[in-house]
Design a protein around this ligand. Sequence first.
Ligand SMILES: [Zn+2]
Length: 197
Amino acid sequence: MQTHAVSPWHNLRLNAEGIVEGGIFLASPNCDARPATADIELVVIHNISLPPGEFGGPGVTNLFTNRLDPSAHPYYAGIAHLRVSAHFLIRRDGCLLQFVPCCMRAWHAGESSWRGRARCNDFSLGIEMEGADDVPFADAQYVTLERLTALLLITYPSISAIAGHEDIAPLRKSDPGPCFDWLRYRAGLVHNVGFRV
Ligand SMILES: [Zn+2]
């Protein structure tokens, strides 16, 4: 008998505060208000792992909540001072974590530009895929990513594009990298919401 794994994130809902119900919310202090004139127009896909290339530990959540111990790993000494965040993190097993409500501005893009418009944090949502540029992402991550993105596209009709961090900061960033399957992702969105971006 064939069995089908059902993602626990199938029935995602976004509440009035811009927090996904059914996900895990860990509030990051690294956020502020969006400019009054800025709609949410862009979704930015990233990858991250801490230490780099190691998955499953608390490094990323600690970084986004300013709890990274600089002595816990040699790499951490150089980044523990950073004040960064993303709206979402999708773990290798597809687990969804959120750090910043969608209505707030997360600090994920840094110096960036999209179609001639600077400061992408103002008008974007940031989604981190736990991973590395040279490691394929897990099936469960695409499942959650597609469902999350579908929810965001439905909730925020002002979103008109999805880009990689490497697309909005090409001189500084290489994520999500060549292993991220854009074709699969976009096909999944068309399947889920009929949305082409
Ligand atoms: Zn990034």
